[in-house]
Design a binder for this molecule. Sequence first.
Ligand SMILES: Nc1ncnc2c1ncn2[C@@H]1O[C@H](COP(=O)(O)OP(=O)(O)O)[C@@H](O)[C@H]1O
Ligand SMILES: [Mg+2]
Length: 378
Amino acid sequence: MALRVGVVGGGQLARMMIAPAVELGIELRVLAEEERMSASLAATAVGDYRDATTVLEFAREVDVLTFDHEHVPQDVLAALVEAGVAVRPGPDPLQFAQDKLLMRARLQELGMPQPEWAAVTDAEQLRAFLDAHGGRAVLKTPRGGYDGKGVRVVSTAVEADDWFAALTEDARGGALLAEELVDFTRELAQQIARSPSGEVRAYPVVETVQRGGVCAEVIAPAPHAAGRLSDVAAHIGVGVAEGLGVTGMLAVELFETTDQRLLVNELAMRPHNSGHWTQDGAHTSQFEQHLRAVLDLPLGDSAPIATWSVMVNILGGPADGALDERFAAAMAAHPAAKLHTYGKAPRPGRKVGHVNAIGDDLDEVAYEARAAASFFVD
Ligand SMILES: Nc1ncnc2c1ncn2[C@@H]1O[C@H](COP(=O)(O)OP(=O)(O)O)[C@@H](O)[C@H]1O
Ligand SMILES: [Mg+2]
């Protein structure tokens, strides 16, 4: 009988697990937030992932439960584990992807390099942090942020008045995360796959280009990173995966500083935008690897199949909303580019698809991916 994997969340990450699941004969089921989502091509139940009864009922039909996002509350995760559900990654590692303050404290215990940071509960504490860090800081809401939402560069404490007010209103209290404003030359991401029996595979470290807090492009492997830089990145990635006991795919977002250090920005414990290139540029895509890892199957080869891969996100989509019509034109102009679409309605800034290109010449590959992606945005 086919192994059954349940994915909580119906977004594009769940959607992109469907193709490798079909290939491997894995039955994929999705617990989606609503009807007609990205991943609704798979067998889909619709329900609230914050409701323990709903998720438990969904989990009863599968062998392993995994995620498209990190928002399932800890009490729901605890109820699942209590009921004997194989939850991968488990609640313990997941808390460090859910809460950036917990992550900073745990990474510090593990001795991982990271920006200087502090938990700040009021304007006074933020002022002290600013004074100690050259008058500027990056302030983050510890939970629920994504694509730059929940991240602010501040130089005065008043710029955070609304966030501190929200903290005061929240009965649970809590704190904001203040970080030094890192002087980085570029951002990198290191992906690691780890299975419950402890097998680990590292992907090559990649360069990620952010625009307005959103990932715009990824270059794999990161140029000029062979040798020390990629060794250090892999070492950090494996250290985090093993130190936190992650199962499945882990992405470690990194800053490369002007003085050539690598600092950990944040963690994701699921397939990640920085790994979409692996669909067409690696022996084993991150989506197949995630399924293998959470099922404790042997992991696949994570080596690239080309000298260079470039991934370009399609953000927003055409103003008239008709994404499909653009496909034929992009395909005709760029037959070697690989188009991926998420079945989502275009909205400004929304990730609705991406393009991958591979080859020997980085300039050519980047041109191919960008040119094909440009067909989808006005
Ligand atoms: N300490 C920092 N110093 C400089 N830039 C930062 C810092 N933290 C975050 N950033 C910038 O903001 C972006 C989003 O921050 P991140 O913590 O990754 O939030 P998100 O959860 O939205 O991805 C990062 O990719 C980086 O470009
Ligand atoms: Mg990030």
